[in-house]
Design a protein around this ligand. Structure first.
Ligand code: ADP
Length: 594
């Protein structure tokens, strides 16, 4: 850029100087020639004018017995050579025959081929003086017709303009010298100009290139107050503004990127050519695949809606799909920016919602069912009693009343359990935290179930280290969990079984494990036994007074303590279940300290 501008500057200067010199030269040379022509004609006209009446009269008056008029005219002209400027070299006079134009005499020898008949001579031949000369001609002449002794003559003055030519030559040389000098000055000036103009422009260009590369840190120095200085200042302001804008845009993009990266919903963006241009990790996770630029809309979502349809639906199109057992809701919406755009696919995982919905439905159905069975029993026994008042044998009445009481107890039991769960759900149930010896609680549970176990001919083993720390927990509720899992082991182990209750310490947690060799839980049901009302064998559970709510409540209690309740994998028949408690108790604030 610098070089080209510099060359342009030099060229402009050279052109300026050359054209100036040509114009001045042409004007000067023309003026000089014009001046000489004017001078010539003024001199000739002066010689033949009013001031030199004698000379004209002498020219026209022939002397007595004159033989050669032309020679006499020549002599007279020779005498007036000074007035006429005739030098015999550059300017000569000739006396021509007034009728033919033939040369009769002259201050110099007749030119080769005779005196040429010029326009002025032609004019004089017609009797008029010829005083005209072109600036471009290489001579100037004047032809004056005179009559001497009745003979017509033409006095012809011819100047070869040598004086003007040599002066013009001198001037030409001078102009040439001036031109060379001018050119040298113009080159020097252009260097100076390039330094004052091109250098700041070059600096500006470098700065712009750096900004274009994304480096906004450089501030250009303002060295002048002229237009270039103003331009540099404007550029600095623009770079600052651009830096702020780019930073803001980058910030926004980072925010969006983070959002995209961490959002739970999947997003896949397609361009107008149906190519994947963006897909966040959630989309890959939910759809169980990875994405590349080669993936096309048609292969991924073409089964839901054609691309054109999705692109033309401003409100978006809703679809659904099941992938790996997960239920996904999809929203396909167009996005457009200028002539770019495409389709965005939003993937929302509604599996948990569906599950919760299903659980709620199941729960309502279960509660109704669980309450209806004892109610039906109570009603039918009460009706039988009412129908046969005084007719039924007393022992039968007693048995019926026993059933009614039993079923009422069962209903009360279910309702109490439901109430407990509902308190946990609504967060209304507070833990009464105290420090108590964990080993003591395990031992109390062991003692409490021993009789029941013996009734079923089970052997119960207790394995515990000597020292277990005290724990901070709600003793009553922890005991409820322990009782629940040990009772289950007794209930779901055929008579004569073997139950091992063990406890211990692991880091900052205490644990109690109950292992039996009973009926165990089929693989498919293991995950579900903590669900409300879930029972593997409903009849067996009901028979043993179970409600299917025990383990749900136990797990809620453990979770409230920030502990856990889980099944332990084992190869032998039976079930191993383990509860864990943090020694320090829950860190949450909603627990109540006694
Ligand atoms: P329930 O009142 O029916 O005992 P729980 O919530 O305590 O309800 O237990 C849920 C289900 O888990 C039981 O119905 C039973 O099928 C199964 N279960 C619990 N403990 C055991 C165990 N030790 N062995 C086999 N099955 C068990």
């Amino acid at each position: 850029m610098r070089r080209s501008l510099h060359i342009k500057l030099v060229l402009i200067m050279v052109l300026l100087i050359v054209s100036l010199m040509v114009v001045v030269g042409a004007f000067l040379m023309n003026s000089v020639t014009g001046y000489y022509i004017d001078e010539f004609y003024q001199q000739i006209a002066g010689a033949f004018g009013q001031d030199n009446v004698d000379f004209v009269r002498d020219l026209q008056t022939a002397t007595e017995g004159e033989e050669d008029g032309a020679a006499m005219v020549g002599e007279l002209l020779s005498a007036y050579a000074g007035v006429l400027g005739v030098d015999g070299h550059d300017r000569n006079y000739y006396v021509l025959d007034g009728a033919t134009g033939r040369c009769l005499a002259g201050s110099a020898a007749e030119p080769d081929g005779g005196v040429a008949i010029t326009p002025n001579i032609s004019t004089a031949l017609l009797g008029e003086p010829g005083f005209d000369s072109s600036v471009t001609a290489d001579y100037m002449d004047a032809a004056i017709p005179i009559t001497r002794g009745g003979q017509p003559y033409i006095v012809y003055i011819l100047d070869d303009r040598e004086t003007a030519r040599s002066l013009n030559g001198e001037m030409f040389n001078l102009i040439m010298e001036a031109l060379v000098l001018g050119l040298i000055i113009s080159v020097l000036l252009s260097f100076l100009l390039s330094k004052t103009m091109v250098t700041p422009l070059q600096r500006l260009t470098d700065g712009i290139e750096e900004v274009a590369r994304g480096d906004f840190s450089r501030k250009l120095e303002v060295t002048s107050g002229d237009e270039i200085g103003q331009l540099t200042e404007s550029f600095n302001a623009m770079a600052r503004q651009l830096q702020t804008t780019v930073a803001a845009v980058e910030n926004e993009r980072n925010k969006l990127d983070t959002l995209f990266l961490h959002m739970a919903d999947g997003v896949v963006a397609f361009d107008r050519k149906e190519r994947v241009i963006h897909a966040n990790p959630a989309a890959g996770r939910l759809l169980g695949r990875s994405f590349t630029q080669q993936d096309r809309y048609g292969d991924l979502f073409g089964d839901l809606f054609p691309f054109e349809q999705a692109e033309a639906a401003p409100g978006g199109l809703a679809g659904s799909r099941t992938v790996d057992g997960r239920y996904l809701e999809l929203l396909l919406a167009p996005y457009a920016r200028a002539n770019q755009g495409g389709v965005l696919v939003l993937i929302h995982d509604v599996t948990e919602q569906r599950k919760a919905e299903q659980m709620r439905k199941d729960f309502v159905a279960n509660v109704s069912h669980e309450l209806r069975t004892p109610l039906t029993n109570i009603k039918s026994y009460a009706e039988t009693l009412s129908d046969g008042v005084g007719e039924l044998p007393p022992e039968m009445e007693q048995r019926f009343l026993g059933v009614i009481l039993n079923e009422s107890d069962r209903m009360t039991h279910i309702l109490q359990d439901l109430l407990t769960l509902s308190r946990f759900d609504s967060g209304r149930s507070e833990l009464r935290l105290t420090w108590f010896p964990f080993a003591q609680a395990v031992d109390d549970t062991y003692q409490a179930v021993l009789m029941d176990a013996q009734n079923h001919s089970h052997t119960v083993e207790l394995a515990m280290p000597d020292h277990l720390p005290k724990v901070r927990a709600d003793r009553e509720r922890v005991m409820q969990v322990m009782m629940n899992i040990v009772s289950n082991a007794i209930k779901y182990t055929p008579d004569g079984g073997h139950i091992v209750i063990s406890a211990g310490l692991a880091k900052d947690r205490v644990w109690m494990e109950v292992d039996d060799n009973g009926i165990g839980i089929p693989e498919g049901d293991r995950e579900r036994i903590f669900e409300r009302f879930y029972r593997v064998d409903k009849a067996r559970s009901r028979q043993s007074g179970g409600t299917g709510l025990g383990l749900s409540i136990a797990q809620e209690i453990m979770l409230r303590h920030e502990g856990s309740l889980y099944l332990v994998d084992k190869d032998d028949p039976g079930l191993t279940i383990c509860m864990e408690l943090p020694i320090q108790g829950p860190r949450r604030e909603d627990a109540h300290e006694d």
